[in-house]
Design a protein around this ligand. Sequence first.
Ligand SMILES: *[C@@H]1O[C@H](CO)[C@@H](O)[C@H](O)[C@H]1NC(C)=O
Ligand SMILES: *[C@@H]1O[C@H](CO)[C@@H](O)[C@H](O)[C@H]1NC(C)=O
Ligand SMILES: *[C@@H]1O[C@H](CO)[C@@H](O)[C@H](O)[C@H]1NC(C)=O
Ligand SMILES: *[C@@H]1O[C@H](CO)[C@@H](O)[C@H](O)[C@H]1NC(C)=O
Ligand SMILES: *[C@@H]1O[C@H](CO)[C@@H](O)[C@H](O)[C@H]1NC(C)=O
Ligand SMILES: *[C@@H]1O[C@H](CO)[C@@H](O)[C@H](O)[C@H]1NC(C)=O
Ligand SMILES: *[C@@H]1O[C@H](CO)[C@@H](O)[C@H](O)[C@H]1NC(C)=O
Ligand SMILES: *[C@@H]1O[C@H](CO)[C@@H](O)[C@H](O)[C@H]1NC(C)=O
Ligand SMILES: *[C@@H]1O[C@H](CO)[C@@H](O)[C@H](O)[C@H]1NC(C)=O
Ligand SMILES: *[C@@H]1O[C@H](CO)[C@@H](O)[C@H](O)[C@H]1NC(C)=O
Ligand SMILES: *[C@@H]1O[C@H](CO)[C@@H](O)[C@H](O)[C@H]1NC(C)=O
Ligand SMILES: *[C@@H]1O[C@H](CO)[C@@H](O)[C@H](O)[C@H]1NC(C)=O
Ligand SMILES: [Cu+2]
Length: 556
Amino acid sequence: MKFVSVLMLFGLLLCQAWADTNQYDFIIQETPYTRLCSTKNILTVNGQFPGPTIYARKGDTVIVNVQNQGDYNITLHWHGLRQPRNPWSDGPEYITQCPIQPGTNFTYNLLFSEEEGTIWWHAHSDWDRATVHGAIIIHPQENSSFPFPTPYKEIPIILGEWWKSNVSQILADALRTGGAPNSSDAFTINGQPGDLYPCSSSSTFTAQVEYNQTYLLRIINAAVNNEIFFAIAGHPLTVVGTDASYTKPYSTDFIMITPGQTFDALLLTNATNGSLFYIAASSYGSATAVRYDTTTTTAILQYNNSTETPILPALPKFNDTASATEFVAGLRSLASDVDVPQAVDERMTIAVSVNLLTCDPGKTCGGANGDRFAASLNNLSFVPPTTDILEAYYKNISLVYGTGFPADPPAKFNYTGDNLPGYLLFPRRATEVRVVEYNTSLEIVFQGTNVLAAENHPMHIHGYSFYVVGRGFGNFDEEKDPLSYNLVDPPIENTVGVPKSGWAAIRFRATNPGVWFIHCHVDAHTSWGMDTVIIVKNGEGSNEGMLPPPSYMPPC
Ligand SMILES: *[C@@H]1O[C@H](CO)[C@@H](O)[C@H](O)[C@H]1NC(C)=O
Ligand SMILES: *[C@@H]1O[C@H](CO)[C@@H](O)[C@H](O)[C@H]1NC(C)=O
Ligand SMILES: *[C@@H]1O[C@H](CO)[C@@H](O)[C@H](O)[C@H]1NC(C)=O
Ligand SMILES: *[C@@H]1O[C@H](CO)[C@@H](O)[C@H](O)[C@H]1NC(C)=O
Ligand SMILES: *[C@@H]1O[C@H](CO)[C@@H](O)[C@H](O)[C@H]1NC(C)=O
Ligand SMILES: *[C@@H]1O[C@H](CO)[C@@H](O)[C@H](O)[C@H]1NC(C)=O
Ligand SMILES: *[C@@H]1O[C@H](CO)[C@@H](O)[C@H](O)[C@H]1NC(C)=O
Ligand SMILES: *[C@@H]1O[C@H](CO)[C@@H](O)[C@H](O)[C@H]1NC(C)=O
Ligand SMILES: *[C@@H]1O[C@H](CO)[C@@H](O)[C@H](O)[C@H]1NC(C)=O
Ligand SMILES: *[C@@H]1O[C@H](CO)[C@@H](O)[C@H](O)[C@H]1NC(C)=O
Ligand SMILES: *[C@@H]1O[C@H](CO)[C@@H](O)[C@H](O)[C@H]1NC(C)=O
Ligand SMILES: *[C@@H]1O[C@H](CO)[C@@H](O)[C@H](O)[C@H]1NC(C)=O
Ligand SMILES: [Cu+2]
């Protein structure tokens, strides 16, 4: 009798697990799309731009079968998904896998754990993510609820960036000449540039809303190279989450969102006067002397089928660092008892720089001073290997990477000083990783520098979310700055905007073994080498080691 009931219980659990296992088929293909008066083929998933939304509940497992029917090598990444012990499905090309080559398939296993809220998926090969991306919406577990009254409806807002010409060509040209990639021709909201661009007004995204309801906006910055200011005319927003982690409700007239980040925000539809309201976004471009796309994308918030002329919100100016800073300073995690490491086993300082590489003799390159643009972390400009680092680590294949990524900048200098010496411009090219023991309590201070050009860099870590315990301008002061850390309720993020000419300090405990990419989420900077990798070793316990690889990984 007892035996039978145990079996039944097991059966129920299996059923439960099965019911929570969702499967998606993603077909990568070239699809014609018309924007800004011209038609071109773009790479899509299932013909959609943005791509399909993945829905999950906290703790689910989701399987995504990818068939590459396009002409390019591609990989997909599940941005902000911790993937406990499972770097095999993380996705960055030549870091955790070799690409899915045209005409082949690969299956990703998405392991959801602590995340609840909004994250997203995107291609992680070259700049394919410009059009190959979509939302991942993680609802509370069955029978649990949001930590705020259940919203009436949800509205996804995916911010993107559009080039009239072939994005692969933009990247290829930039890498060939060493110059800056052409800036985009438009921003998009849910794939549409909006009324302020030619030929776009008939296809502007419109959110139909009812009066006096609360909507949950799931805002994702999928733009390739731009941080973005976002606002809705006449409607303040209440931020309740970022990067799939809840925040204390925070009322604001606008948000600043870096590439890679997400915000969940509540919108109360309180307009009574019959207007139409623009939802609008434009660049926060913090570097001087860099050409940004300064256009504004719009969507429409419409009540009662109103057809008035829409009202534009007041967005901060593209170079308004003060507004960007003020917004970010207000973010706090919801719980005040979050598990922030109070002590640190290991501290790293990572200097984040835009650099130059010497042009080949006798040639003139497209970067500053006739040299090539480059970028670095701790003066190392990352060179992607041709075999993926995860495989090399797992199988002990030598000469793929080194373990010499330094815990500190190789030479201290006045990182945010003016008129820095010229030798700082030229980094060393290498494929170096940092090896970290399991369960290390790690602090990383990302120190922005004024080498070549200072700007805000959105630093992203795969396989982890982290506590953003401090941010500031100027050089990080090891004595003074930790005194003002927030070790009580810092926001939990997977991408942190390191202030222009400033620093950001993060903490996390290294309990997710694997090979995890760390990089600036501005793709131009990623391509220039503003990247590195941490390898977190296995722990001793039975649940502290990397999962075995799946039976099939794409070959190099
Ligand atoms: C990819 O998957 C599809 C559908 O499961 C299958 O028909 C096809 O044969 C697979 N292709 C390859 C190259 O494995
Ligand atoms: C949710 O609640 C319903 C009704 O009380 C119950 O039947 C179901 O088993 C619960 N689900 C979970 C996952 O607890
Ligand atoms: C886009 O550019 C890439 C890189 O040069 C090239 O391989 C590809 O054929 C181009 N695609 C189209 C549709 O022209
Ligand atoms: C990039 O911009 C330059 C200058 O405007 C233009 O000549 C070139 O064709 C552009 N490249 C692409 C791929 O559109
Ligand atoms: C708005 O809705 C709330 C509850 O949902 C209700 O209490 C309130 O009276 C409504 N206000 C108006 C002006 O309809
Ligand atoms: C409606 O309200 C908005 C926001 O309060 C305001 O900007 C706009 O001018 C008003 N429109 C009319 C027609 O009164
Ligand atoms: C909605 O309410 C907020 C205050 O909570 C106010 O600032 C805003 O102007 C109102 N919006 C409209 C369109 O009336
Ligand atoms: C929309 O209609 C509702 C009632 O149907 C009204 O209370 C509200 O003021 C209207 N809002 C706008 C913006 O027209
Ligand atoms: C808006 O238009 C649709 C379609 O014409 C209609 O069904 C709906 O009732 C209208 N809503 C309002 C609030 O007038
Ligand atoms: C922003 O740019 C404008 C020119 O467009 C300039 O006048 C202003 O000084 C800049 N502000 C900052 C804070 O750099
Ligand atoms: C670093 O440079 C800044 C700006 O030029 C200057 O104000 C500061 O005094 C310098 N700090 C040191 C330690 O030299
Ligand atoms: C595609 O990936 C394979 C395996 O790494 C590589 O050999 C090949 O050069 C790649 N093709 C392109 C166009 O990058
Ligand atoms: Cu950057």
